[in-house]
Design a protein around this ligand. Sequence first.
Ligand code: NDP
Length: 450
Amino acid sequence: MVAIVLDEKISDLYAQVVARNPGEAEFHQAVREVFDSLGPVLAKHPHYADAGIIKRLTEPERQIIFRVPVDDQGQVQINRGFRVEFNSALGPYKGGLRFHPSVYLGVVKFLGFEQIFKNALTGLPIGGGKGGADFDPKGRSDAEIMRFCQSFMTELYRHIGEYTDVPAGDTGVGGREIGYLFGQYKRITNRYESGVLTGKGLAWGGSQVRTEATGYGVVFFVREMLAAAGDDLDGKTVVVSGSGNVAIYAIEKVQQLGGRVIACSDSGGYVVDDAGIDLELLKEIKNVRRGRISDYADARRGSARHVDTGSMWSVPTDIAIPCATQNELNGVDATQLAKNGCRIVAEGANMPSTPEAVRIFADAGVGFAPGKAANAGGVATSALEMQQNASRDSWTFAHTEDRLSEIMTAIHDHCLHTADEYGAPGNYATGANIAAFTRVADAMLALGLI
Ligand code: NDP
């Protein structure tokens, strides 16, 4: 009886979120996904609801929207910039910047909301935030990218700082963009404040393993899921979507641990390489030439083919690691993966699986690792970068990778134990949501009504 009343309470709260944030479908979806796990927590600890924790959690502490003007050889171009500072109960706001034409407030809020929970799972002292712009970096020259980053930072700088808000990269924002952003911050403030941004280059305050961290981390999580079932990656086939930062380093770690990645993609289609993805070639095409995935198939005519229609999730595989974007894997894809014998789906991207896909995985007994747990290695290593900046130190690759590996193992175990404790054995999504929620909620309670 108690549980039913509380579930109704959560439904009411969800209806309020939808009404207060109209038209922000991705944000609603992310909130819904967390709320669906909270029934057992509120039944056990009603004081969280009494203190209004859930209402407060879904309302960002601060939302900044700003104009980003650029004069491109006489042509004025205006974009919209965002920074949503969602929750700082555990530490300074922390989360990446996304440059992509699909960016609007609903996307930034979904990412910022997820980030609160992801950051809590790392066990490190970081709050949640996210930002970006509806800017399309594709096909732009280095000089155009630099001018955009400088204009973006000319407004953003006043809102960030190593103890306030620490942005990093995300889709469309890699090492090159972080360099231009950091340069402009340094110029405006006249401070070499390394801890204000993460994902920096190694020569100017960056951390070993940050570039690789999200992709490596998701594969460490898969390693732990397999180990919990007495298995390992050796000889397993893996399909990875995307061919950006997360995808490339997920592929690298799968290969190092003995798995075989047979497909990857970009927004123009996917490639299947029966001989296994040639990672050096992929890196050359994507990171150096900034080319398309179809170029990969052209260069590997003997073993690879490019497919520009249909879904890559129809390729039979043991393990699927979606690393491209939100809602890229739907119910039809999930059914197909399960039918073809896929045993594990681990999210490298943020919310790549639709709610229907997640339900299908659960029903079919496919192990499912949600992004907020499985891709937390990126932000965890960002926090390690902040630690190194604060102590004017820099760690070796091996030491930093060991720390990342330990953090991913700890997140995995915490999710699994929490799922057990709350009556959902093996359900990583429930375990992740509850473990993260209780950590943030306890800190919010301790800090009072602010
Ligand atoms: P990148 O920009 O480096 O790469 C994104 C990749 O996904 C590209 O290959 C891109 O192809 C592809 N892609 C983007 N949109 C679509 C689409 N609609 N359909 C098909 N393919 C698409 O981004 P990241 O690798 O950094 O990020 C990928 C995901 O991982 C995002 O969800 C991000 O939020 C998440 N993430 C990233 C972290 C990080 O440390 N970078 C940390 C945690 C999560 P194309 O080039 O054609 O657009």
